[in-house]
Every structure is written in C-alpha cells, then in structure tokens.
Ligand binder design. Structure first.
Ligand SMILES: C[S@@+](CC[C@H](N)C(=O)[O-])C[C@H]1O[C@@H](n2cnc3c(N)ncnc32)[C@H](O)[C@@H]1O
Length: 248
C-alpha cells in the first residue's frame, strides 16, 4: 500500500474515532504504565519557551505546556476534528496558539530553527516516513533545543492474550506497515523495532539523552487481561517507551 493511501485511510479513521481519544494520552502523562513528566522532568523549565506538538490531538498536552508558562503553543495534526477540538480546548490561553492541520510527514510552512521544544505524545509512530518526520523535527528546533516523544513499545502488540495466557504471535523483527488489530484493521501502522527509532534519530542528527521503557504498575491488576493495555501484559513487556534527544 502506498504511503498516500495509508495516510488517507488513517485520516478517515481518526475523523470518526477522534472523540474517543480526547485528552486520553496527554502530558503530564506519557502513556500507559510508564512514568509521567512529573516524575521524569524531561523538559526542565517550560516558562517562556516556544513549543511544538507533533500529532497534538485534542490539545491537552499543549494545555499542560500553557499551564507551565510556555510562550508559544504550536500544534500539528492530520485530523480536522482534533484540530477543531484543540482550538476550543486552547481558546483561553495567555500564550500565542497556532494549530495547523497537516500530516507530520510534510512541513506545512513551520519555521525552521525556531522552537525550544518539540514533542509528540503517542502520535509519532503513526508516521509513514520516519526519517522524513525526524528530519523535519530536527529542522524546526533551535540549536540546543529539546525533542521528547513517547509511543507504544514495539514489543507490546506482539503479545496476545489467548486461552488464559499470553502468546507471542507476531514477529518483532519483521518491520513494515500492518493493519492494526487495535483499530479493527481499519488503520495501518508501521511496525518498527526500537533500534529503528533510535537509529533514525541518530541519522537525523539528534544527540540521544535518555531512553525510558520502565514499567509502572498500579497496585490493583486490570480486571480483564485481554484488554489492549492491561497490567498483566505490562508486567511482561513495556507498554510505552519515551526518548529524549537534543539538537546540538
Ligand atoms: C493518541 S493521539 C495524540 C494525543 C495528543 N498527543 C494529546 O496530547 O492529546 C494521536 C494523534 O496523531 C494524529 N495523527 C495520526 N497520523 C498522523 C500523521 N501522519 N500526521 C499527523 N498527525 C497524525 C491523530 O490525528 C491523533 O490526533
């Protein structure tokens, strides 16, 4: 399947599913069963900073950045419904807000060498072109700028709960576009190894500062281990990974 077809299909799915995800994966949370920004402090002081959110969704991470004193809040997202929602979520911000509807694979005219911080919370893995996306992000940052992103750990959907136990039912090593079961096979997401993310960042010019795949479990176990995210599964493989890098 061509990248343009995948983008078209994924956009259609996001337009109908956006509401289910409003504010669901947003800072200070990085994703399921991992540490939050409150514990990790990857961004340091946000006060007065120009920030850009890649795959900003409903704008709840940008809202957190605004609360922390960011001076400019920029967001980019493929989905019209998400951008419209982000506009309303961010309407009372003191900071300047700019929201742009675009796939992350393109630069829709964002300024180069401008941002102190670029980040992406559970959105970047949707890209159909990882190298191009990282290369744009590198360009958007000022020298010395910070890039942080989180995404589902690539081991997580390789395991499936069947007949009372988890089985490893998909290859970790074979990469490429896959119809995604979590999306009832109506969206296509590229499976990539963790090393592929790391090496693509290095190739784009980033200096890696931290890779986090710690698992943080609540005291009580999930009622249903077969759910997409369950404590029982997160006890075996991380649900989320986070990478912090900088532009020297
Ligand atoms: C889980 S949501 C992100 C939530 C968001 N980070 C927040 O803080 O609320 C994933 C987002 O990625 C967006 N997305 C998917 N594919 C994309 C692409 N190729 N380019 C830009 N955005 C994309 C979706 O429209 C969706 O809003």
């Amino acid at each position: 399947m061509e990248a343009t077809e995948i983008l078209k299909m994924n956009k259609q799915r996001w337009e109908v599913s956006a509401e289910r995800f409003f504010g669901r994966t947003a800072l200070p949370e990085y994703g399921p069963f991992t540490l939050s920004e409150l514990e990790l402090q990857l961004f340091g002081s946000i006060c007065g900073k120009k920030v850009l959110d890649i795959g900003c969704g409903s704008g709840h991470s940008l809202q957190y950045m605004g609360k922390e004193g960011a001076k400019e809040l920029w967001g980019l997202d493929l989905c019209t419904k998400q951008i419209e929602t982000a506009k309303s979520v961010l309407k009372n911000q003191q900071a300047e807000v700019k929201l742009i509807e675009s796939p992350m694979e393109e630069n829709p005219g964002l300024p180069i060498g401008y941002f102190d911080m670029v980040y992406s919370i559970y959105a970047l893995g949707w890209t159909t072109d990882l190298s191009r996306t990282f290369s744009h992000i590198y360009d958007y940052l000022k020298p010395g700028g910070t890039f942080v992103f989180s995404w589902e750990h690539p081991l997580h959907d390789r395991l499936k709960y069947e007949e009372s136990s988890f089985t490893f039912n998909k290859s970790y090593v074979i990469e490429g576009p896959e119809y995604n079961e979590g999306w009832h096979n109506l969206a296509v997401i590229h499976h990539r190894k963790l090393s592929t993310y790391i090496n693509a960042m290095i190739d784009a010019g980033f200096v890696l500062e931290k890779v986090i795949d710690d698992v943080c479990l609540p005291v009580e176990h999930s009622k249903d281990p077969s759910r997409w995210y369950s404590t029982q599964k997160a006890n075996l493989v991380p649900a989320t990974f986070i990478i912090k890098a900088s532009k020297k």
